[in-house]
Design a binder for this molecule. Structure first.
Ligand code: HEM
Length: 495
C-alpha cells in the first residue's frame, strides 16, 4: 500500500516537473509571447480552451460558430499546449496558404490510409510528387475522362428512376456511390460495379469514417489510447485490405506498361487511367510501387466523398430555387435539344450558368469547413507573427459567409460568379478548393465530373426538396461537411 502511494506521488511529481519544463521551454515561451498579442478565448492550465470542444456534436459546432463570430482574424485558441491561430480574412488567408505548406498534425490520422500521398505528405516529398502528378491532370487527359463521367452518370439513372413520383428520399448515397465508381475507374481503371465480390467501396468509406471520428474526438488523439480502442484494430484491417486491392492493380498496370513497349498499337486503343499516366510520367523519377499505390488511394479517397457531397448540395439548391433550376434546364436544352446523347468535353464548356450554380453551392456548402497548416518557421507580417510550432486554421466556411464580402451571404445567388463580380473580389475570398501552391489538384476534374452528373440529372428530372431556406440546412461535423438531416429530394420525370 505504502509503495503504491510512493509510486503515485512519484508519477504526479514527474508529471508536474515535465509540465513545468515544457511550460518554460523556449519554444512554448515564444508561442505564448506571440499569442499574447492576439485575441482569443481564455485558456485554463493543461487543457487550454479545449472545454469548447466538449459536449454533443451540435454544441461543438455552435461553440465554434460563436468563437468565429466573436474574435477578429487572426485569433488564437489553445488546445492543451498546442497553439492554433484561426484566420478568416482573405489577406490573412493568403499569407498562411502561401507561406505554411506543411499540413497540420491532424492530417497524420489519415496516414494509415493515404500514407504520404499528396494530401498528407511532408513538403519535400509533396514537391517532387506534385510536379509529376500535375502533368496527369492536363486538359487532354481530363477530357479523355469525360466519357467515363458520362457513362457512369447514365448508369446512375435507373437507380434514381425508382424514386420518381415516390415522395422524399435521400439522394446522397446514390450520388456518392456514382462518385466512387467514377473516381475508381478514372484513377485505377477499375469498374467497381462489375466486381460483385470487391468490398473496396465499402472498406474505403468505413475507413474514412473511422479516421474522421478520431480527428474529432479529442481523447482518441494520443496513440496509446487509440491503439487500445477497437476502432484502431478495425482501421488497420480495413487499410490492409484496401492496400492489397490497390497493390494488385498497380502490379497489373506495371506489367501492362512493360508489355505495351512491345505492342504500342494495342496500348493506344485502350482507355488509360490515372495510374497508367502516372506510371509513364514517373518513369524518369523512378517511383516505387508503394508511391504509386499511395497516390492512387489519395485520388480515390480525396475525390469520392467530396464529389458526392457537392452533387447532393447542388441538387438541394436547385430544388429550393425552381427559377434557377429552369434556367439550368434551358441551358441544357440549348446544348442538347431533346436528345439524350452522352456529354462531351465541348458541352461542358458551354454550361456556363451551371458552372455558376455549382460555384455558389460550393460557397455556401464548401466540402471542407477549414484546412489546417503547421508553421515550420516564423511568418512575420506588419500586423502579427505566426510563430514556428503553431498550427493555422483557415476557416473556409467563415470566409464564404462573410457579409462584408458576400452581401446577404445566406441568399443563393449564382450571379455572384458573373466574371465582372468575380473581378471585384480578393482572390482568397473564395476557396472551396483551397488556394496557393497546395490547392486542390483535382479542381478541374471535380468541376467537370459534377457538371456531367448534374446536367444528366437535370435533363431527365424536375427536382424539388422539403428544405425551404439555406439557414434550415444544419451541418454535421466531419472532415467532409454534410447536411445533418440528409439531402431530402423529390424527383419528377420531365418526359
Ligand atoms: C468538389 C470536389 C472537391 C473539393 C471541394 C476539394 C477540395 C479540396 C481542398 C479544400 C483541398 C486542400 C486540403 C488542405 O489543404 O488540407 C484539396 C486538396 C486535394 N484534393 Fe481536392 N477537392 C475536391 C475534389 C478532388 C478530386 C476529384 C480529387 C482527385 C481526383 C482531389 C484531389 C486532391 C488532392 C490530391 C489534394 C491534395 C493536394 C496537395 O496537397 O497538393 N480533390 N481538395
Amino acid at each position: 500500500m505504502q509503495s503504491t502511494t510512493i509510486l503515485v506521488a512519484l508519477s504526479a511529481f514527474t508529471a508536474f516537473i515535465y509540465f513545468l519544463a515544457e511550460y518554460f521551454s523556449k519554444k512554448q515561451r515564444l508561442l505564448r509571447f506571440h499569442a499574447a498579442k492576439l485575441q482569443g478565448p481564455p485558456a485554463l492550465p493543461l487543457i487550454g480552451s479545449a472545454y469548447y470542444l466538449f459536449g454533443s456534436n451540435k454544441s461543438i459546432v455552435n461553440n465554434v460558430i460563436h468563437l468565429v463570430k466573436k474574435y477578429k482574424s487572426p485569433w488564437k485558441i489553445w488546445l492543451g499546449r498546442q497553439l492554433y491561430i484561426v484566420v478568416t480574412e482573405p489577406e490573412d488567408i493568403e499569407v498562411v496558404l502561401n507561406k505554411a505548406l506543411e499540413k497540420a498534425e491532424n492530417y497524420n490520422f489519415l496516414a494509415c490510409l493515404l500514407q504520404e500521398g499528396l494530401f498528407t505528405g511532408p513538403v519535400e516529398k509533396w514537391k517532387r510528387h506534385r510536379k509529376v502528378i500535375l502533368s496527369t491532370f492536363s486538359m487532354p487527359i481530363l477530357k479523355s475522362f469525360v466519357e467515363i463521367f458520362s457513362e457512369n452518370s447514365l448508369r446512375m439513372l435507373p437507380k434514381l428512376d425508382k424514386f420518381v413520383g415516390k415522395g422524399t428520399f435521400d439522394v446522397c448515397p446514390i450520388l456518392t456511390n456514382t462518385a466512387l465508381e467514377i473516381t475508381c475507374e478514372t484513377a485505377m481503371g477499375t469498374k467497381i460495379y462489375e466486381q460483385a465480390h470487391s468490398d473496396y467501396a465499402y472498406n474505403l468509406s468505413k475507413a474514412l469514417e473511422l479516421v474522421f471520428m478520431r480527428m474529432f474526438q479529442y481523447w482518441l488523439h494520443p496513440n496509446f489510447i487509440w491503439s487500445l480502442s477497437i476502432y484502431s484494430k478495425q482501421l488497420k484491417q480495413l487499410s490492409k485490405q484496401l492496400e492489397i486491392f490497390v497493390q494488385g492493380i498497380v502490379t497489373e498496370k506495371k506489367v501492362q506498361y512493360r508489355d505495351k513497349k512491345h505492342d504500342l498499337c494495342l496500348e493506344t486503343k485502350r482507355r488509360k487511367c490515372f495510374i497508367d499516366h502516372l506510371i509513364e510520367m514517373s518513369e524518369d523519377d523512378n517511383w516505387h510501387d508503394h508511391e504509386l499505390l499511395e497516390e492512387a488511394q489519395t485520388m480515390v479517397a480525396a475525390g469520392s466523398e467530396s464529389l458526392g457531397s457537392v452533387k447532393s448540395f447542388t441538387l438541394i439548391m436547385l430544388g429550393m430555387h425552381p427559377l434557377i433550376q429552369d434556367k439550368v434546364y434551358n441551358e441544357m436544352y440549348n446544348i442538347f435539344g431533346p436528345s439524350d446523347r452522352t456529354v462531351t468535353p465541348d458541352d461542358l464548356t458551354e454550361m456556363t450558368y451551371l458552372d455558376m450554380v455549382i460555384k455558389e453551392t460550393l460557397r455556401l456548402f464548401p466540402v471542407t469547413a477549414a484546412v489546417g497548416r503547421r508553421v515550420s518557421q516564423d511568418i512575420v507580417t506588419d500586423r502579427y507573427t505566426l510563430p514556428e510550432g503553431c498550427e493555422c486554421i483557415v476557416s473556409i466556411l467563415s470566409a464564404h459567409r462573410n457579409p462584408k464580402i458576400w452581401p446577404k451571404p445566406l441568399d443563393f445567388n449564382p450571379d455572384r460568379f458573373l466574371p465582372e463580380e468575380v473581378a471585384k473580389r480578393h482572390p482568397y475570398s473564395y476557396l472551396p478548393f483551397s488556394n496557393g501552391p497546395r490547392n486542390c489538384i483535382g479542381f478541374k476534374y471535380a468541376m467537370m465530373a459534377i457538371k456531367t452528373v448534374i446536367s444528366t440529372i437535370v435533363r431527365r428530372y424536375k427536382i424539388s426538396t422539403e428544405f425551404k431556406s439555406v439557414p434550415e440546412i444544419e451541418f454535421s461535423p466531419g472532415v467532409v461537411l454534410k447536411s445533418r438531416k440528409g439531402y431530402r429530394t423529390q424527383l419528377e420525370s420531365r418526359c
